[in-house]
Design a binder for this molecule. Structure first.
Ligand SMILES: *Cc1c(COP(=O)(O)O)cnc(C)c1O
Length: 233
């Protein structure tokens, strides 16, 4: 079931209240935590109320789906910042560069190469996160923890990508804390201080472990009807 308009706006306010509470409890500033509202699978009528409530940073996990919604929404609302949080195929790189401001899923050399080429070609500056497979799960995207620091340096010095931070999706069945701690440690080793970690089920823990960006979908928009198909989990 999708949330109704009133529900999603009320849910957004509740999420902000919880972010503030977690920040206070962790001795952190609420201004240092960015909410990425994950609108994947939700259509434009479901997204508009959240935009009208003032939210401007959104996440989508598929290039094709984002293309059907966001060009029109960008026309109607200013200052939108769109994050790609799903796996990126190199044949979608050109469209991804057109559509997104931040790509959170840089996880291999080939994608770094094509993103460098496409941003140069389109004359567009994007910010990037390197996705780390903290649980070394075979079905999940992300660079292995032990290769992360070298890969970040290579993206920066060789491909000239603006690497803003690291991103992870902990294994579903595990306590996420150690995964968040690992991401933070790898970030420090790589000289990065932004961490995209934490979703609807674990964002309070992520904030305690230093998340600067949390990606929240169902806690705002309601349950997705077909999560398995699109969830990158
Ligand atoms: C779907 C998704 C989210 C949001 O998940 P919720 O549990 O609905 O908050 C966050 N990050 C990624 C990478 C996702 O694919």
């Amino acid at each position: 079931m999708h949330n109704t308009t009133d529900n999603s706006v009320a849910a957004l306010q509740q999420v902000f209240a919880k972010i503030a509470k977690s920040a206070t409890e962790s001795g952190r500033q609420v201004a240092d935590i960015t909410l990425v509202a994950v609108s994947k699978t939700f259509d434009t009528p479901a997204i508009v109320p959240v935009l009208k409530a003032g939210q401007r940073i959104f996440g989508e996990n598929r290039v094709q789906e984002a293309k059907t919604k966001w060009p029109a929404l960008r026309h109607d609302f200013s200052d939108i910042e769109l994050h790609l949080i799903g796996p990126l195929q190199s044949n979608k790189a050109a469209e991804a560069v057109q559509l997104f401001d931040v790509v959170e899923t840089i996880d291999r050399e080939k994608i770094a190469v094509v993103m460098a080429q496409e941003t140069r070609k389109q004359g567009k500056h994007l910010r990037f996160y390197v996705q780390v497979n903290t649980g070394l799960e075979p079905q999940k995207a992300g660079i292995a923890p032990q290769d992360t620091v070298t890969f970040v340096r290579r993206c920066q010095t060789y491909h000239h990508l603006d690497i803003e931070g690291l991103m992870c999706i902990p294994p579903v069945e595990e306590n996420p804390g150690p995964h968040f701690a690992l991401l933070e440690k790898l970030g420090q080793e790589a000289g990065l201080s932004r961490f995209s970690m934490g979703m609807s089920g674990d964002f309070e823990t992520a904030i305690a472990f230093g998340a600067t960006s949390i990606r929240i979908g169902s806690a705002i928009f309601g349950h997705r009807n077909y999560p398995d198909q699109v969830c990158n989990l």
